[in-house]
Design a protein around this ligand. Structure first.
Ligand SMILES: Nc1ncnc2c1ncn2[C@@H]1O[C@H](COP(=O)(O)OP(=O)(O)OP(=O)(O)O)[C@@H](O)[C@H]1O
Ligand SMILES: [Mg+2]
Length: 266
């Protein structure tokens, strides 16, 4: 995060869940920061607490310990908005009315809501689908609606939990480029969870690697691959070297997580 003032500060955050009379630690004293306008990627094995961390940032889960601070710059706007892996659209609402949903809840007047929806749908390339219903859209289009809906409330920080994971490879690639374009245009701080190191290397300013459960910060890798980035960076030696370095560490964590799921012996 060099040269940026902090936007999101996570300090020693722990989360413990109680289930079936046992308590399990999902996050163990996680500390990290995201700078203003930074694209921060979070990777880690399944169960390392990535979604839990986003839910803490969204205020949906109360940490058992530690603090989260998000620096608000614009009074009256929400601190965060979330984009989920499974777009989570309301099937009985049109695309436009899905996008305005968060604004209605915030009491924004109709004319302003509709203007904002038009602007956001133009940004994600869905102007012509405003009156469609979710079932009439492809997976990639639904995910664009989810992104437009999150951006419509102009949140201080955009939280994205594997937003492209359900898409086919081609659509995913196009959406990665779209995301980079939207992020560059809006200058939002983004915290982005992904299973894909390739995706994190294409999108992120830095990559935070979490350990197998309980999630701790294993390493933070700066992605010094320049901007703007396009798919072509995949051919560069710097990209290959960084991918290999992070993967060797992630691989260990994935193996550890799998061993633990099998019953403890690595
Ligand atoms: N509401 C809950 N109640 C009990 N345990 C939970 C709850 N939510 C998450 N957990 C547990 O916390 C741990 C972390 O879960 P989380 O969903 O954050 O992991 P993740 O890194 O997002 O995994 P994945 O990559 O599979 O999405 C897991 O062991 C999970 O079973
Ligand atoms: Mg998850």
């Amino acid at each position: 995060m060099p040269g940026r003032s902090p936007k999101v500060v996570v300090h020693e955050v722990s989360v413990t869940f109680e289930s079936h009379g046992r308590s399990a630690t999902a996050l163990d004293r996680i500390s990290l920061q995201a700078g203003v306008g930074e694209f921060l990627c979070i990777v880690g094995p399944s169960g390392s607490g990535k979604s839990t961390l986003l839910r803490v940032l969204a205020g949906l889960v109360e940490p058992s310990g530690g603090q989260v601070r998000i620096e608000a710059e614009q009074p009256g706007t929400p601190l965060t908005a979330m984009v989920f892996q499974e777009h989570a659209l309301l099937p009985w609402r049109t695309v436009r009315d899905n996008v305005t949903f968060g604004l209605e809840n915030r009491g924004v007047a109709r004319a302003e809501r509709e203007a904002r929806a038009r602007e956001m749908l133009a940004m994600v390339g869905l102007t012509r689908c405003a009156q469609h219903y979710p079932h009439q859209l492809s997976g990639g289009m639904k995910q664009r609606v989810g992104i437009a809906r999150a951006l419509a409330t102009d949140p201080e920080v955009l939280l994205m939990d594997e937003p492209l994971a359900a898409l086919d490879a081609q659509t995913r690639t196009i959406m990665q480029e779209e995301l980079l374009r939207i992020w560059a245009a809006l200058g939002k701080t983004v915290i982005y969870v992904t299973h894909s190191l390739e995706e994190a290397l294409l999108l992120g300013d830095r990559i935070v690697l979490l350990t197998a459960r309980p999630g701790r910060v294993s390493q933070v890798y700066p992605v010094d691959l320049g901007r703007p980035r396009a798919l072509e960076i995949r051919g560069s030696p710097a990209y290959g070297a960084l991918l290999e370095k992070i993967w060797s560490q992630l691989r260990e964590e994935v193996v550890r997580a799998m061993a633990e799921d099998r019953g403890g012996d690595a």
